[in-house]
Design a protein. Structure first.
Length: 190
């Protein structure tokens, strides 16, 4: 894969607000485009294939791995694979835009390793674990078991924040969006 463009990587534990921040940046900047990730999980209500994720079966996802179709991929939970398709990044760069990623923490670390200085990696930090739990419960999309699994995983992921270029604490969403906008603008212009 020829590297010809820049990337913005936003990662966080589930519920920290990275998706909301990324959506705000997409509305603000015409020169960035969202990299739709692939996933082997079923769509949540209102999620659309090819818009929110490319939804694959576990078998389809594994076939793409074998074919070398991903820049990075991760088995985030048993049989729940997520990854970044090479064709998706190439499509955005051909449009002359900066790629923006909304990925889990391990995906963000792997993308940064792959793209190096062409990427700015931002860790969206929840203000505390209690706030994160409230946000997950407020979604009303997860069972109690899934919430507990996500919280346990979040405790591990928060420990990895130092592997990112920037740490963005999402205590007040409006402030986090403003800070993310400044980081994105400075990186794209550099």
């Amino acid at each position: 894969m020829t590297q010809i463009g820049k990337c913005l990587i936003f990662s966080a534990p589930s519920g920290a607000g990275k998706t909301t921040i990324v959506r705000a940046l997409l509305e603000k900047f015409e020169g960035i485009s969202f990299s739709v990730s692939a996933a082997s999980r079923p769509p949540r209500p209102k999620e659309v294939d090819g818009v929110d994720y490319y939804f694959f079966t576990v078998e389809e996802f594994k076939k793409h791995i074998e074919q070398g179709a991903f820049v990075e991929w991760e088995e985030v939970y048993p049989d729940h694979f997520y990854g970044t398709l090479k064709t998706e990044v190439e499509r955005i760069w051909k449009e002359g835009k900066t790629v923006i990623f909304d990925v889990d923490v391990y995906g963000g670390i792997n993308l940064k390793k792959f793209f190096g200085s062409q990427a700015l990696s931002v860790f969206v930090m929840p203000p505390n674990m209690e706030a994160l739990e409230q946000r997950l419960r407020h979604r009303s999309t997860e069972t109690e078991d899934r919430i507990q699994t996500r919280l346990k995983k979040a405790e591990e992921e928060v420990q990895l924040h130092k592997q990112f270029d920037k740490i963005l604490v999402n205590d007040r969403l409006v402030d986090a969006i403003a800070e993310a906008s400044g980081l994105a603008q400075d990186f794209i212009r550099s």
